[in-house]
Design a protein around this ligand. Structure first.
Ligand code: S3P
Length: 180
């Protein structure tokens, strides 16, 4: 059996693991695989917001603006971080919000997935559903966001760098960091 389908010995029973970091770093892909390896549910916070609103992230930004999205994001993450073991992938701005970050730091284990803006710019080309990148040069936006946000992501207790190459390496690095 492939290693990626092979859950570890016993399911993870610790606090929720919350993946934070910039757009394109692979929070959803890595999160899904990590949850599989740990034998716990995976939740994508952006999808949970879309479900709650009945609109896509892009539509929420366009129709109601970013502050409205951030408020919904804060409420949805508060609901998801309920003490039950799971892996949660957050949208890139979630951990930047003071209230959301405080909640995650108190009630979950935050993992910062970090990659260079150059690697991220290559990865974001695969989807054009990110309102902050629409009609803008992704590398310029990502460099700017990295400068502003990296000191805040760095408040997460676990830092894992994600390089070019298979996401499984990142999953393994997280498992090691949480002692599995
Ligand atoms: C955002 C990241 C997106 C999404 C929204 C805003 C951000 O999520 O929440 O477009 O502020 O960095 P991903 O990081 O999953 O792309």
């Amino acid at each position: 059996m492939l290693q990626s389908h092979n859950p570890v010995d016993a399911s993870w029973t610790g606090s929720p693991i919350v993946l934070v970091g910039l757009m394109g770093v692979g929070k959803s892909t890595v999160g899904r695989r990590l949850a599989n390896r740990l034998g716990v549910p995976f939740v994508d916070a952006d999808h949970a917001i879309e479900e709650a609103a009945g609109l896509t992230v892009t539509e929420i930004f366009e129709e109601f603006g970013e502050p409205y999205f951030r408020d919904g994001e804060r409420r949805v993450i508060a609901r998801l971080v309920d003490g039950r073991p799971k892996v949660i992938a957050t949208g890139g701005g979630a951990f930047i919000n003071d209230e959301t970050r405080a909640l995650i730091l108190e009630q979950a284990t935050a993992v910062w997935l970090n990659a260079t803006p150059e690697v991220l710019a290559e990865r974001v080309k695969r989807r054009d559903t990110r309102p902050l990148l629409r009609n803008r040069d992704p590398l310029t936006v990502l460099r700017d966001l990295a400068e502003k946000r990296n000191p805040i992501y760095a408040l997460a207790p676990i830092h894992v760098s994600s390089k070019r190459g298979p996401h499984e390496a990142t999953v393994n690095a997280i498992l090691k960091a949480i002692g599995r």
